[in-house]
Design a protein around this ligand. Structure first.
Ligand code: NAD
Ligand code: UD1
Length: 338
């Protein structure tokens, strides 16, 4: 299959491009480089020993997108493109709604024009908001307790896709709700390269381990969890990438929705301890107040994806820490230092 990846130069997109190539698919990448470097695509090409056509376009620009689709004729699209920083979305809601909703709308319009039927969409566990129950299954209620525009864009795009599917039943749409993606490609050549101060825990811990930042701030130790710190379902990005390949292999008309997570919860202190094992030294941390909007625990039941996609995670949190540390050591300033 020829698969076009919007936002394919980003963290999850580059890892998925490699997984697709490894399973015999052809890859085309489009990205406006708003949060990525073309160096990441070059590294993915280096790892796979193949060339991956790259188009620097904004997916919201429908004419540019149409030109790329007509020139490349993909069989399927994976829509990774989107802005994803939660705090920034609160400060710049218009920019987030504009970019995330319009890119999804342009894409589906051009898919219909060009008769492309298969779409995989990057959604997030954030749509569950305040979890109704744990572990989270795909039929849990969504939309209650979403605290930021980023989360609302994922919720709204999911709803748009369900509505479009009713009118366009030939479309095969898969919504993947990612839990917390972490880790890096084992080569150390590609990994997560956040702009500025990382929002998420794992890249922050990695930068403290590497000496780029002085200490981890642990956002609260009074949650209702094993040690009082927040519990999340961390999933190695290579497992997540494999989940996209499985989703495409099982793509069928209508909307299918899957949680992609490990099904295991890990606390902040447990993650720091695992990273200390990986890097071989202690990681300074300090308990501070809670971050607004944070919940006690979030982890999924990945059974549906196991049963219907034949997919499950293969990597542990220890593997993710090892690979994240490897990436951090080889690229202390990310791609920019190259
Ligand atoms: P990322 O920022 O590394 O990748 C997203 C890519 O989209 C970037 O390369 C960016 O330049 C590009 N992009 C943004 N707007 C664009 C536009 N209008 N046109 C073209 N390119 C555009 O993020 P990621 O971690 O790889 O996430 C990929 C997708 O998965 C995103 O939609 C994100 O919201 C979603 N997601 C990520 C996480 C996570 O923790 N990483 C969790 C859940 C869901
Ligand atoms: C965050 C986003 C969520 C998004 C997800 C993507 C918020 C409120 N939610 O979720 O919308 O889909 O990332 O992966 O931002 N922590 C610290 N110190 C830090 C950073 C985090 O203690 O410096 C803690 C948090 O309180 C949480 C855990 O680590 O308990 C994980 O945090 P993070 O990596 O930001 O992910 P989420 O909160 O799950």
């Amino acid at each position: 299959m020829k698969v076009l990846l919007t936002g394919g130069a980003g963290y999850i997109g580059t890892h998925t491009a490699i997984a697709l190539h490894d399973q015999g698919h052809q890859v085309v990448i489009v990205d406006n480089l708003a949060n990525a470097s073309q160096e990441a695509v070059k590294r993915a090409e280096q790892i796979t020993g193949t060339s991956m056509p790259f188009y620097e376009i904004d997916v919201c620009q429908i004419d540019a997108l149409r030109r790329v689709m007509e020139a490349t004729k993909p069989d399927a699209i994976i829509h990774f493109a989107g802005l994803k920083a939660v705090g920034e979305s609160v400060a710049q809601p218009l920019r987030y709604y504009d970019n995330n909703l319009n890119s999804a709308l342009s894409l589906v319009k051009v898919m219909l024009e060009c008769d492309v039927q298969h779409l995989v969409f990057s959604s997030s566990a954030t749509v569950y908001g305040d979890p109704e129950r744990l572990p989270l299954t795909e039929d849990c209620r969504i939309g209650v307790g979403i605290t930021n525009p980023y989360g609302w864009t994922k919720y709204m795009i999911e709803q748009m896709l369900r509505d479009i599917s009713l009118a366009e039943p030939q479309l095969a749409i898969t919504i993947l709700r990612y839990f917390n993606p972490v880790g890096a490609h084992p080569s150390g050549l590609i990994g997560e390269d956040p702009l500025g101060i990382p929002n998420n825990l794992m890249p922050f811990v990695a930068q403290v381990a590497g000496g780029r930042r002085p200490e981890v701030q642990v956002f609260g130790n009074d949650f209702d969890t094993v040690d009082g710190t927040g519990v999340r379902d961390y999933i190695h990005v290579s497992d997540l990438a494999a989940g996209h390949v499985a989703a495409l292999d099982h793509s069928q008309p209508g909307v299918s929705t899957y949680n992609l997570g490990s099904g295991r919860g890990t606390s902040v202190l447990e993650l720091i301890a695992a990273f200390e094992q990986a890097c071989g030294h202690t990681i300074p941390y300090r308990i501070v107040g809670r971050r607004a909007g944070d919940i006690d625990s979030s982890y999924c039941d990945p059974e549906l994806a196991r049963r219907l996609l034949g997919w499950k995670t293969e990597h542990t949190i220890e593997d993710a820490c090892r690979d994240s540390w490897h990436w951090q050591r080889l690229n202390p300033m990310g791609y920019i230092s190259q």
